[in-house]
Design a protein around this ligand. Structure first.
Ligand SMILES: [Zn+2]
Length: 537
């Protein structure tokens, strides 16, 4: 009897110890207790984001899904040999950026993700670059769920995608919720998103949290919200930092959108915020141990996928792997090669040349005007017979290197298939329009490049304006070239597409640029370099 009581007493102590470990977790819905078996469970979370059509390695042999597959397979083998489980997530923006992918509606990228074995992906803003039926088709191609808890259809008030999925990782249940940036509303073609309602991600995540915690031991957010240093998001919508700060119970955020290499996770409110740069250059690897309701990160690494660095050898510059070379997976090569070849054939044709680099990197065009911005604006001005042209820097996606130019180079600069349009307006209305556009802040896609314009904008006020070198007459009519994206109100530009005097030519921007380059080659970059015509204070 006494022995029995002792046994019972000891068992009670064990139970209390287990309970206290588990209940020391912060917010928890009581309807399901987290797995609390006293054992150590290993979980490795792998993640990528902002693939942007980079299914194939680049011209230096960096990245590519074939090497990514080898890497992921190796990690799976290693983790599983130690009794752990692996889940693989994407932070969205599978689409847009590489012509051979864009021409095929990202089919090669999605097939590649299927073969690597992605478990889920967030929906990025660039998933809305194509019309909705294409996105719905992509969701069918994907053998993993596209997740978005905060995107609703206006017609029936239902979510466009599943909000979350529950994964099994060994003995653990892992809830993965998808969240999409509110930037999508302002940065996507309004014609594509007009029937959708993008709701506050924090509100949606907060509402779903009890449901997630009821079903899972660990909650991960696969987000396309962006990470901003100290949460200072500027003109962008708030990102992962706010999600972590305001929603209790998110263990891990595998993010995207701001395209940051976070070599160490940012930890906010006990949430690990992670992001793996862009284009499949890295695979983020987070090794966790879980025990009695507590999740601990033991190691984090961004693993480079055949990335190289420039070194000087024997006086010559060359590129060497920054880590060991990862062989490409043959099955993946077989899958992707036909797509790559199809793309190569279509796009490798030389269309012109340039005597120097035409600068179009994000860190350039979003901060100051460049020769490439001016060149694009001039191409659109010429095609439409306009007096001036404006182009949003968010519509300039890459630089063109010195030398021969192919259609592929041009499509990298303008991958969105925006249409070139023009607007005829009075000098008075033009002044108002340019005052708004000229005040768009740097470090945003709204920051504008111009052709045909000399102006000064000070504290949001237009102080000086010349068009074609002449003073603007309030009563005269001017023709301004602008792309369909900006005209429909994208990036917060004034909506002009429904105004009298607005004409959409239907010409695709990349085709207009390609033809201009063809006609004016070799391009003399000095001729297009801005010379302080537009001053902003
Ligand atoms: Zn994005």
């Amino acid at each position: 009897m006494r022995v029995f009581n002792l046994f019972r007493y000891a068992w009670l102590i064990v139970c209390i110890a287990l309970l206290s470990a588990c209940s020391s977790e912060p917010v928890k819905d009581s309807s399901k207790s987290k797995l609390c078996d006293g054992k150590v469970h290993r979980l490795t979370v792998l993640h990528t984001n902002d693939n942007h059509g980079h299914f194939w390695r680049n011209h230096r042999g960096e990245g590519g899904m074939a090497a990514r597959k080898t890497l992921v397979d190796q990690i799976r083998k290693e983790v599983e040999a130690e009794g752990g489980a692996v889940i693989l997530l994407s932070g969205g923006d599978i689409n847009t950026g590489v012509p051979s992918s864009d021409l095929l509606d990202a089919l090669p990228d999605i097939k590649g993700m299927n073969l690597i074995g992605y478990d889920a992906s967030a929906v990025g803003n660039h998933e809305f670059d194509n019309p909705l039926p294409i996105l719905m088709q992509q969701a069918k191609w994907a053998e993993f769920p596209l997740l978005a808890a905060n995107i609703y259809r206006r017609d029936n008030g239902q979510r466009l995608f599943k909000p979350y999925t529950i994964l099994t990782a060994g003995d653990l249940k892992v809830a993965v919720i998808g969240l999409t940036t509110l930037d999508t509303v302002t940065t996507s073609n309004p014609d594509v998103v007009k029937d959708l309602d993008f709701r506050d991600p924090v509100t949606e995540a907060t509402a779903l949290m009890p449901e997630l915690q009821k079903q899972a031991d660990i909650v991960i957010a696969a987000t396309h919200l962006g990470w901003y240093f100290r949460g200072e998001h500027g003109v962008n919508a708030p990102g992962d930092y706010r999600l972590a700060n305001e929603v209790d119970g998110v263990d891990v955020i595998a993010g995207g959108h701001s395209q940051d290499p976070l070599f160490r996770p940012d930890i906010k409110n006990s949430t690990y915020i992670m992001q793996a740069f862009e284009w499949g250059k890295y695979v983020g690897r987070a090794d966790f141990i879980y025990r009695d309701g507590i999740l601990k990160l033991t190691e984090y690494r961004l693993v480079p996928v055949n990335l190289k660095e420039k070194v000087i050898r024997d006086g010559k510059k060359t590129y060497v792997y920054i880590d060991k070379q990862i062989p490409e997976d043959p099955e993946m090569l077989d899958l992707l090669m036909p797509y790559q070849q199809k793309g190569e054939e279509r796009l490798s044709v030389k269309v012109g040349s340039t005597n120097a680099r035409l600068p179009g990197d994000r860190a350039e065009v979003r901060f100051h005007e460049t020769a490439l911005g001016r060149l694009i604006a001039m191409a659109q001005m010429e095609r439409t017979g306009a007096d001036l042209a404006v182009i949003n820097s968010g519509g300039i996606r890459a630089s063109i290197p010195e030398g021969d130019i192919t259609y592929r180079d041009v499509l990298k600069v303008q991958p969105f298939s925006n249409q070139v349009s023009y607007y005829e307006l009075s000098g008075k209305d033009l002044k108002n329009y340019l005052q708004v556009i000229g005040s768009m802040p740097p470090d945003s896609g709204a920051f504008a490049h111009f052709a045909g314009v000399t102006m000064t904008v000070e504290d949001g006020m237009l102080k000086k304006l010349l068009v074609g070198g002449k003073k603007v007459d309030d009563n005269k009519t001017y023709r301004m070239a602008v792309n369909s994206f900006s005209a429909s109100g994208g990036d917060g530009y004034p909506k002009i597409e429904d105004k009298p005097g607005f004409i959409n030519t239907g010409y695709i921007d990349a085709e207009v640029l390609k033809e201009y380059i063809q006609k004016n080659s070799p391009i003399d970059v000095k001729k297009y370099a801005p010379k302080g015509e537009v001053k902003r204070y």
